[in-house]
Write a protein that binds this ligand. Structure first.
Ligand SMILES: [Zn+2]
Length: 250
């Protein structure tokens, strides 16, 4: 299910931009969530899981749908090059989608060697940040949310290219960029927020085997071990930590 519930009555909702809704609700945030055996959600938020797709794969639909919206906004053309900054779960999902979208090269910049080691399983090239000094790509997706990497993203895009700031920055953070550089090199810098109208395609990609989801779910816990699952998530030990309220359904 899509946890982002729009109000359907504000100006943005009336103009086909429900993700920009002025009065949104969140299942698992402002409403009860799914860490229970049963949950009630509005029918409008529900999507049918394709036959044969395990629940733990289907549970990746929402984060994948967010990454899909970011990749849509990047406007990558087949054969173009891409740089993803950060190999956390969203960086990895973006990289996998850029590969699926036909990029000729997808480089993932990540300082942590253990996180870098996960990258080849998704068809992308891992690189230490210092190893790609001077490299520029047609599209750059920043998936960290730090001012240093957001600035670096603007420097690492080719002229005429598009930067998407995917990572969530601190509310008070400010980034120094050169307006002349944006002008002379005709850069596009975009924000991206949640998953408008991308849930069905995300499900279809998972069901078609185009996303290596088995390498994304690194830990599994029954509902009774929720605290251990949460600690594992907070420690950053894995990519996605899966809690299985209905038991192991693989
Ligand atoms: Zn609204």
């Amino acid at each position: 299910m899509d946890p982002n519930v729009p109000c359907h009555t504000c100006s943005y909702c009336h103009n086909a931009r429900p993700h920009l809704c002025e009065n949104p609700q969140g299942i698992g945030i402002t409403r009860n969530g799914g860490l229970s055996e049963l949950a009630i959600v509005p029918a409008s938020q529900a999507y049918k899981v394709p036959e044969g797709l395990p629940a733990e794969a289907a549970a990746l639909t929402e984060p994948l749908a967010c990454a899909l919206h970011a990749v849509d906004l990047a406007g990558l053309r087949p054969g173009a090059t891409a740089l993803v900054i950060g190999a956390g779960p969203i960086g990895i999902l973006c990289a996998a989608l850029l590969v699926a979208a036909g990029a000729s090269r997808v480089v993932v910049s990540e300082p942590d060697p253990q996180r870098r080691a996960r990258v080849p399983a998704f068809g992308a090239e891992p690189a230490a940040p210092e190893a790609i000094a001077g490299f520029q790509a047609d599209v750059v997706l920043e998936c960290v949310g730090r001012v240093e990497t957001m600035k670096f993203a603007v420097e690492a895009v080719r002229s005429g290219g598009t930067v998407v700031w995917v990572g969530v920055a601190a509310a008070e953070a400010e980034v120094e960029i050169k307006p002349y550089d944006v002008f002379r090199r005709e850069l596009t810098i975009r924000g991206t927020y949640v998953n408008p109208f991308t849930m069905e395609r995300a499900l279809a990609l998972l069901a078609a085997g185009r996303i290596n989801w088995e390498a994304i779910v690194t830990h599994r816990f029954p509902l009774d071990d929720f605290e251990q699952a949460w600690d594992t998530h907070r420690s950053g030990a894995g990519l996605k930590v899966c809690v299985q309220p209905a038991g192991d359904d693989r």
